[in-house]
Design a protein around this ligand. Structure first.
Ligand SMILES: *[C@@H]1O[C@H](CO)[C@@H](O)[C@H](O)[C@H]1NC(C)=O
Ligand SMILES: *[C@@H]1O[C@H](CO)[C@@H](O)[C@H](O)[C@H]1NC(C)=O
Ligand SMILES: [Zn+2]
Length: 610
């Protein structure tokens, strides 16, 4: 630094000051003060990111124990700058404390202009940290939305929806060789509850001869048309970790479960399709207050797609990817590791998804004892325990977080065994590696204790509990069911006190309030349950504070982001949501009526208006 330059003007000023009379000196000081305050206001404007939001009813829920409910937050440069009362946040005299240059009355005025705006929320409104979905499928959700089969009450209704789809999509209508893909059917909702057959998709003249592939609601089975079966003349007898459903003569009926789905020759989606699917999901997610999504099975092609968007600064939302190359062996070295990647640092890839078993709805969840409603089967491990352990060890050694899909008590038992052995072997401890179990649905009583002892993160989806509560006990029997969907037990057991919540959309709805409602009420959306108005196994309900934390800070912890996300704490990124109703206090039946007023990411409104 050139000390001569910096000292010179000051000497001049001093010389002149001694030469001036005191009136001139005061005038100068006043002009300088006005110029400085104008400068402060001016500086704030181009940043467009300095503002305060206040709730006169103190309905700002911070998910920060040091100040759980406050009146105001201030945002500066895309981060939370201050949190507290109006006096603490908006009029921070302390900012000028020890500086006697400005008179007190001017300090008061200046304090207000620190923020280009002070926004006041409606008295019924509520502000919470940006919501995360700790387990969802971003691209697949858009895919499902093109031909949604959710809620179809019969095979005929599925056929009718496909007919409407064909009639309203001229490209498909005019091009009979085009693949038709849909998702969401659930035979447990139909008369007879039997798997459908390929023939069901060829009775209608509009459907006959078309290539149709329809994913089951849980994504663990596909139902195809006869034209698709014709493309697969040489099917293997058996598929490891999968099932080709066959009739009494041994002919495939058109339903392929788990790994057998890979036999269906569906052409890969084009970039245009992927873009459409992505845009559709983002639009929905932002409108429901989601600022962060853990994508629970990201294929290499989709990783490349997200990376391109992140480079261009076009990710509207934070994405935490669980990479899955689909290969049966180790593939950690084929994926890029991304930490706060892209123009807005919104993309992360440091975890992988592995799959231990199937799902309960298709009797695919791996159980230690046979199903109570089908003594001939105990479900399926999709991969052998030895292979899973080999893979998990390699991923840990290379610094990956491993997130393993486990539904049945056998799958959970096997994975806890593996995690226990690896953790006992030294190396990275549980805080550094943060191993997760996705779904964490059915546990033996001993494993409910063990998952806590180990500190393994249970990543659960409360809407699965309410979607399954109509049949789960029939599948599992009166004893095993007590260790299923045991959210309060899992949370209590967690040494970090975390239970990240997700939806698994498109298997369930995108709206996180559905999960909030399910977790806190354990009721169907119509307010009933198999156990009445108190909710299904009501002792497993989460409190609203626990549920909100599960959708914010716990999800952040499960993605190594608790220092940056998940609570309204000074220094963290300014992600938050304003709802028009106080979901923390309204009666259960009003929770789902709450609407998002604004979704804010990095301090900027991404949906609605502040
Ligand atoms: C998946 O991983 C395998 C190694 O197990 C590698 O050979 C293959 O190229 C990878 N596929 C993709 C699409 O990256
Ligand atoms: C885990 O390891 C880190 C780094 O070695 C250490 O700081 C931390 O205290 C350890 N945590 C536990 C729970 O052992
Ligand atoms: Zn999933």
């Amino acid at each position: 630094m050139d000390s001569k330059l910096s000292r010179e003007p000051r000497r001049n000023l001093q010389t002149r000051a001694t030469e001036s009379n005191s009136t001139q000196w005061w005038a100068r000081r006043l002009i300088f003060g006005v110029a400085l305050s104008a400068g402060l206001v001016f500086l704030n404007y181009p940043l467009q990111s300095s503002y305060a939001v206040c709730s006169p009813s103190r309905n700002i829920y911070t998910v920060d124990d040091t100040a759980p409910r406050v009146e105001c937050i201030a945002v500066r440069n895309a981060r939370i700058a201050r949190v507290g009362s109006y006096d603490e946040v908006v009029r921070p005299q302390r900012y000028f404390e020890g500086n006697n240059f400005f008179p007190r009355w001017l300090v008061d005025r200046l304090a207000v202009v620190r923020y280009t705006m002070v926004i006041y929320l409606h008295e019924d409104a509520i502000l919470v940290p940006g919501l995360a979905d700790a387990h969802a499928h971003v691209i697949e959700n858009g895919y499902m939305n093109q031909l949604p089969l959710m809620g179809a009450a019969s095979v005929q209704e599925v056929v009718d929806r496909i007919k409407t789809y064909i009639a309203t999509h001229s490209d498909t209508l005019n091009e009979p060789s085009r693949w038709i893909e849909g998702m969401g059917w659930d035979q447990t909702k139909w008369p007879g509850a039997q798997f459908p057959t390929a023939a069901d998709l060829a009775t209608d003249p509009l459907l006959k001869g078309r290539l149709i592939s329809l994913s089951r609601v849980d994504g663990h089975a596909r139902w195809v048309s006869p034209a698709v079966l014709e493309l697969m003349p040489n099917l293997p007898e058996q598929v490891e970790g999968g099932l080709i459903v066959r009739d009494a003569e041994g002919n495939p009926t058109g339903v392929f479960v788990d790994n057998a789905m890979d036999l269906i020759p569906i052409p890969p989606w084009s970039e245009k399709q992927i873009t459409e699917f992505f845009d559709m999901t983002m639009k929905q997610a932002l409108s429901y207050g989601l600022t962060s999504i853990h994508d629970a099975d990201t294929k290499p092609a989709h990783i490349a797609f997200f990376q391109k968007l992140a480079d261009a600064g076009k990710l509207p939302n934070r994405l935490y990817l669980m990479g899955n190359n689909g290969s049966a062996e180790y593939w950690g070295d084929t994926l890029p590791k991304l930490v706060d990647y892209g123009k807005h640092a919104r993309l992360n890839l440091r975890s992988v998804k592995l799959i231990a078993d199937g799902a309960l709805g298709s009797w695919g969840a791996a159980l230690l004892e046979p199903y109570s409603d089908d003594l001939a089967t105990s479900g399926l491990m999709l991969s052998s325990p030895e292979k899973l352990e080999r893979q998990i060890r390699r991923f840990w050694a290379d610094g990956w977080q491993t997130n393993v899909h486990c539904i049945g008590d056998r799958a959970n038992h096997v994975i806890l065994d593996i995690y226990e052995r690896i953790l006992a072997g030294g190396g990275r401890n549980v805080t550094e590696s943060r191993p997760r179990i996705e779904h964490a649905q059915i546990f033996t009583p001993a494993d409910l204790v063990r998952i806590g002892k180990l500190g393994v993160i249970a990543s659960v989806q409360p809407t699965h509990a309410t979607s399954d509560m109509g049949y789960a006990q029939i599948r599992l029997g009166p004893d095993r069911i007590k260790g299923a969907y045991a959210y309060q037990t899992l949370l209590k057991a967690s040494p970090q006190g975390v239970l990240p919540l997700g939806s698994d959309f498109p298997i369930e709805g995108v709206n996180p309030l559905l999960g909030f409602y399910a977790a806190t009420s354990r009721l169907y959306v119509d307010g009933t349950s198999p156990h009445g108005l108190e909710g299904w196994f009501s002792e497993q309900k989460l409190t609203r504070a626990q549920a909100l934390k599960g959708m914010t800070l716990d999800a952040a912890y499960a993605s190594f982001a608790e220092h940056d996300l998940g609570s309204l704490t000074p220094g963290k990124k300014a992600d938050f949501v304003v709802f028009d109703k106080d979901i923390m206090t309204v009666p259960y039946d009003k929770i789902l009526e709450a609407k998002v007023v604004a979704t804010v990411i990095d301090g900027e409104v991404a949906y609605g208006t502040l």
